[in-house]
Ligand binder design. Structure first.
Ligand SMILES: *Cc1c(COP(=O)(O)O)cnc(C)c1O
Length: 357
């Protein structure tokens, strides 16, 4: 029995370990100079005036919405085909998540559906660049509401030569263990507006304030920041490797009836996930295909646990429901070795072919 290839695995080096150990030896563990350095490096990566390091991507979404003035009774538009963190961030503030369709090619929020579904109470739009594919933002920005770009999966991606995270009013990032850059847990909020940045900075820390306002403990540690900086230096290598693997998978699977992920016409995909869509007449086989793959030593997953409108309530979204029933994510990350890549390619190709895909 060959060992099971996991669905994700961080890329960690001896240098990463030393950077964390050095912080521990130095004795300054809580938010300090490493955090400030990481914020500066991320702000220049995304071309933003400032960055606020936080304890998670969820915390970044929460403070982004709060800093934009979202409050109880307001609506926040977001795709249903995404993880629950986005809906929770709205709900932390008593706001209502409003679930939108995605477009079937790129799996990103559908600007036409968004435009027609925006309500009088909608105060902000959250646009994830899902699976690392940059969403096209012109039509979303033209609606005129503040846009939060969720770059939890898209560091290194760009559209029209501009990085994801440089388009909207605010960008948020996650450094969770499996993301493009891993610090275990961690997040960041980036923006140009000094008032918005100041508001987020003020809310992440509760001590020594007189006004009695509700604040949080959303700070990042120096260990996380040191690891983040070390990982950031390798981001471009990670992206190149991910794109190389995507090309290999694309060639190997090209004869099948599955829809494969691709660069958008004007953008650069980073293939945070490699998500393929089964043909409509094979959707009933999805669970069986996942099991076949696992028996062959490859862990594949549904890339989204369940559409959010089905978890949390809301009108049906036929495109999203159909995509969810056909989407499979296969392992793609820089720490895969050649033997593993070979096994993935062969395993996925034979399994799909055997199931009539
Ligand atoms: C991971 C993720 C988040 C949440 O980030 P956490 O750091 O886990 O809180 C938000 N949005 C997207 C698109 C994500 O992939």
């Amino acid at each position: 029995m060959p060992s099971l290839i996991p669905h994700s695995r961080p890329s960690l080096t001896e240098e990463d370990a030393r950077a964390v150990a050095e912080v521990v030896r130095g004795g300054q563990l809580a938010q300090g100079p490493k955090v400030a350095e990481f914020e500066g490096a991320m702000a220049s990566l995304l071309g933003r005036r400032g960055a606020v390091a936080l304890s998670s991507g969820s915390a970044a979404l929460h403070l982004a919405l709060k800093a934009l003035g979202v409050k109880e009774g307001d609506g926040v538009a977001l795709p249903s085909f995404v993880c629950a963190a986005l809906a929770h961030a709205a709900r932390y503030l008593g706001a209502e998540p409003q679930f939108m369709e995605v477009e079937p090619e790129g799996l990103n929020i559908d600007p036409a559906d968004l435009r027609s579904q925006v309500k009088a109470n909608t105060k902000a739009i959250v646009v994830p660049h899902l699976f690392g594919r940059p969403a096209e933002l012109e039509d979303v920005l033209a609606i005129g509401l503040p846009v939060i770009e969720d770059c939890a999966q898209s560091l290194g991606a760009s559209c029209c030569g501009k990085p994801t995270g440089s388009w909207g009013r605010v960008a948020v990032v996650s450094f969770y263990a499996t993301k493009m850059l891993a610090t275990g847990e961690g997040g960041m909020l980036l923006a140009d507006d000094p008032d918005l940045l100041q508001k987020a900075r003020d809310l992440r820390d509760y001590d020594e304030r007189d006004d009695g306002e509700l604040r949080y403990n959303y700070k990042m540690t120096e260990m996380q920041a040191a690891l983040g900086l070390c990982q950031l230096a390798r981001l471009e290598d990670f992206v190149i490797r991910r794109r190389e693997l995507a090309e290999r998978y694309g060639l190997a699977l090209s004869g099948l009836r599955v829809q494969l992920p691709q660069d958008p016409p004007r953008g650069r995909h980073v293939f945070y996930r490699y998500v393929l869509l089964l043909p409509p007449d094979r959707r009933e086989d999805l669970e069986a295909i996942l099991q076949d793959l696992e028996r062959g030593g490859v862990t594949a997953r549904r890339p989204i646990y369940r559409p959010l409108h089905q978890l949390l309530g809301g009108p049906s979204l036929p495109v999203t429901e159909d995509l969810w029933a056909r989407a499979i994510s296969i392992p793609l990350y820089p720490s895969l070795d050649e033997a593993e890549v070979d096994r993935i390619v062969k395993g996925v190709r034979t399994t799909l072919a055997r199931r009539g895909c």
